[in-house]
Design a protein around this ligand. Sequence first.
Ligand code: URA
Length: 262
Amino acid sequence: MNAPASQIAATESLLAFWRDAGVDACFEDAPVDRTFVPAPPEQKATLKAVASVSAPTDFSGAVAEARRLAAEAGDLDALRDAIAAFTGCPLREMGAKQAVFARGDPRAPVLVIGEGPGADEDAQGDPFVGRAGKLLDRMLDAAGLLDKVFITNTVFWRPPGNRTPTPQEQMVCAPFVERAFALLRPKAVLLLGAAAAKSVLKTDEGVMKMRGQWREWRLNEGDVSAPVLPTLHPAFLLRQPMAKRLAWADVLDLAAKLDAAD
Ligand code: URA
């Protein structure tokens, strides 16, 4: 391609702008034609109908497969292998390098659940190893909880461009999250951010309303339940440092709950 130098410079500058804005992943199989002129309204309705037919909307098979694989996993190591072998989550095909399951003590009394892996986690294969993870570790350490946690996410593959995972992606991964909960049987669960709180507690309530309030997470099978505390996501705290005192109060509340349970 022999584009003029001015066009190449403009394209490079646009790409740099996108990269700095956090758009660091491409996941479409084919390039998108941005010069395409949209169809008039009456044709649009037809195109929309066609698009909705071709988009994957039925995840019931993937959920059933996740449930089967999760149920077969007899411990957390086997669950890690089952997740790595699972092909039903659409995020797998969107540029993720590897499955990211969990880190921490497999006998920990606290299960921490975040949203989904970011770029650092995708590169290293462990959850919460980037800037947000460092802040999380500092908070847990200061509260005496760092060696008492097992940390995972609602989805195990990096959503492209660090976007929030969709409810469908979370639904497909949920059997593995629930199995981790059932195998660990923690004394308490900490949910980091709105996406984790909504997915685990199956609610549309905002995290600002839920944070700091203890709820119960009870699985339908196996008599597994634990008190659950939603709090703010450490990535949010990096952007809004004023909110740290709220999350810190929640982490101290969690530490007090554990002390009371001992
Ligand atoms: N944010 C998350 O929610 N999870 C991670 O693992 C990292 C960042």
